[in-house]
Design a protein around this ligand. Structure first.
Ligand code: WT7
Length: 652
């Protein structure tokens, strides 16, 4: 995708905020947005300093932004605070004390409600249990759990004592755990015996046991009992949550932490190498998460809010846990899949808990479309007042369906663009203040100075797309890649080093009204069901199998998943691959990385098309993958070599 590509997809439909919505919104008009945005850009220190006053500080900061060692920015230097305190303790003196923080629903239909006071108590106990197991401030704790309340409890407990959590998505497999635990040198891992998924118990502890054979840094394992499946507990190392946390003291004052104290690491895929450990720190992340949640989701005191993302991804970190509890909001949490026991489960949950704000992903929306309108139409969705989308571009058809069938034409939709790295929403519409346009994320959030530029950093006009950059630091930005400062500089700040801009890695287009439309990744990162996967990681997994000499992985368009995975594989000389080998390799990747990384297609080939310098010609492979989607199709090697040769000639 280059700036020379003219943009053809101009969306003309737009939807104004309903008057009644705007009237009671946290931000009521475009003029208010313009004024605040301008101030946030012209005087970021003044703007964020004022916002920060709304939080609890043990000690006030001396300097809002320190850019002396850019791109290693520091926010609220000199200040001390605690995010767990700001999410919990702060709400206990007033009417929020007995308000529900978590409305949890297990997949089998069991329920738990935790008020702010109860959540606070559980977090304090868990924090004391962690301390008793030898976790100190600054230590890393891995969390590999199903979607049960103990997951946010564990995160808030870490934040309370200044331990740095690294949540590993429960759908990942052994190797993904090993890499992540090893990279961060985690001392303890919190897991569960299992979680419920599609009506069955999905074991987790056995996966951890397998991983721990290769994780010498882990000293203790804390295990939540959920599914009741048989697990082996290694004496001295493994401890049951209910035996350790339940008897712990419920008194645990929040640790006074520096504003820049590390809060969590979350691994995400890049174009090259192993996953990157995105590091977020305390105060800036807290403020970014809370303020975006307040304005973008227009949180009101009586709202019931539901983000369907698994907490193993950043969306869950920021918008099921930190940004939501920092606002004292009631958050729904659901353990299972949307089609268990039937395809109306999400709508049933919305009806049951009277959900007002619903935040989900385009891939889910496209799945619901396929399941049919009869499912949402069976339930009372009249409590909904705001809808959100995140993770990948939402196609206008899916947007319109969401608007009409779920929102009944009444609810604004916020299409929120952001990244694990940005920590909080960066581009969106603010629902009471500005119209929405199907397929277009919208305008930058306060303090986010974005632009679409050419490869050389020149501005691109409204007719063309280009590369998306952020031109100034923002509070919830990543601070570095854990243990890899150089890689941090290289990946995000080297392309526009002269200008000091952050490279987002996405292609975008800014229309005549200043609305940003995100087109997709410009690097070798693919988005499968909204989840970010590095093609390189999948290639490494493939190459680790005897059947594979070389592998090249690309994404291709998929109706539901957004992108699907196609792997071109060359086999060692003398081997003639069979159809069965395709399944073997697909399963191999799933075992190594997790089911989400399982290639949709494997195509065997004699050799991979390369440029003279030896670079795999991915664009060509992408075209081939996109053009011939039929299952079982074995791209003829001749065609393939011919194509490759043609390209070589063209380049030569
Ligand atoms: C990438 C970041 C942070 C949310 C969860 C994903 C894509 C995200 C949108 C959107 C178009 C989007 C981008 C981005 N993306 N939201 N609303 N419209 N694209 O976080 O795994 O760090 O992925 O997701 O390509 O760079 P992530």
């Amino acid at each position: 995708m280059s700036e020379s590509i003219e943009h053809v997809l101009e969306e003309t439909r737009h939807f104004d905020p309903p008057a009644a919505f705007a009237a009671r919104a946290n931000l009521k008009s475009r003029a208010d947005y313009d004024r605040m945005y301008r101030e946030s850009i012209e005087n970021p220190e003044g703007f964020w300093g004022k916002v920060a006053e709304e939080f609890h500080w043990f000690k006030k900061w001396q300097r809002v932004l320190n850019a002396d060692a850019a791109p290693f920015y520091k926010w609220f230097e000199g200040g001390t605070t605690n995010l767990s305190y700001n999410c919990l303790d702060r709400h206990l003196d007033g009417p929020r004390k007995n308000k529900a923080a978590i409305l949890w629903e297990g997949e089998p239909g069991d329920q738990r409600t935790l008020t702010y006071q109860q959540l606070h108590r559980e977090v304090c106990k868990a924090a004391n249990a962690l301390k008793a197991l030898g976790v100190h401030k600054g230590d890393r704790v891995a969390i590999y759990m199903p979607m049960v309340p103990e997951l946010p409890i564990a995160m808030l407990a870490c934040a309370r004592i200044g331990a740095v959590h690294s949540v590993i998505f429960g759908g990942f497999s052994v190797n993904a755990i090993v890499d992540r635990v090893h990279d961060a040198a985690c001392k303890l891992i919190i897991t569960a015996d299992s979680g419920y998924r599609r009506g069955a118990v999905l074991p987790l502890k056995p996966v951890v046991d397998e991983a721990l054979k290769q994780c010498p840094t882990v000293e203790k394992v804390l295990v939540v009992k959920r599914g009741g499946n048989a697990v082996t507990m290694q004496a001295g190392r493994d401890h049951w949550w209910h035996e350790t946390v339940a008897p712990a003291s419920a008194v645990c004052p929040a640790e006074e932490l520096d504003a820049e104290h590390p809060l969590y690491i979350l691994y995400t895929s890049g174009s090259t190498g192993k996953p990157k450990g995105i590091l977020h720190t305390t105060a800036g992340y807290m403020i970014g998460a809370a303020v975006t949640a307040k304005y973008v989701f227009d949180l009101q005191e009586d709202d019931v809010y539901w983000c369907t993302a698994d907490i193993g991804w950043v969306t869950g970190h920021t918008y099921s846990v930190y940004g939501i509890f920092a606002n004292g909001t009631t958050s729904v949490m659901y353990e299972g899949t949307p089609n268990t026991p039937h395809e109306g489960r999400f709508w049933e949950i919305i009806e049951k808990y009277r959900v007002n704000i619903f935040y989900t992903a385009p891939t889910a929306i496209r799945t619901f479309i396929r399941w049919g309108d009869e499912w949402p139409n069976k339930y009372d969705l009249s409590s909904l007042r705001l809808l959100g989308s995140v993770g990948e571009p939402i196609n206008p058809e899916a947007w319109m369906w969401y608007h009409e069938v779920i929102g009944k034409g009444r609810c604004p939709i916020v299409d929120t663009w952001w990244q694990t790295e940005t920590g909080s929403i960066s581009i969106t519409t603010i629902p009471g203040a500005m119209p929405t346009k199907p397929g277009s994320a919208g305008l930058p959030f306060f303090g986010v100075k974005v632009a679409v530029v050419t490869e050389e950093g020149e501005a691109v006009d409204a007719k063309h797309s280009g590369t998306l950059v952020i031109q100034a630091p923002w509070p919830s930005m990543l601070r570095t890649l854990f243990g890899a400062d150089d890689r941090y500089k290289e990946v995000y700040w080297s392309k526009f080093a002269k200008q000091g801009w952050y490279l987002a890695g996405d292609g975008a287009f800014c229309d005549a009204n200043g609305y940003y439309m995100i087109i997709g990744r410009l690097d070798d990162v693919i988005k499968v069901s909204g989840h970010r996967l590095g093609t390189m990681e999948i290639e490494s997994a493939l190459v680790s199998h005897d059947l594979v000499a070389e592998a090249a992985v690309v994404g291709y368009p998929h109706d539901i998943k957004g992108q699907a995975i196609c792997a071109f594989v060359s086999v060692p000389r003398g081997i003639t691959p069979t159809e069965k080998d395709k399944d073997t390799l697909r399963n191999h990747v799933a075992t190594q990385l997790g089911p989400i990384a399982r290639p949709d297609q494997i195509r065997f080939t004699d050799s991979l098309p390369k440029t003279r310098s030896g670079k795999i010609m991915r664009r060509l492979l992408r075209d081939i993958a996109a053009g011939k989607e039929t299952k079982g199709d074995t791209t003829t090697l001749e065609d393939f070599t011919v194509l490759a040769k043609l390209r070589e000639h063209a380049e030569g």
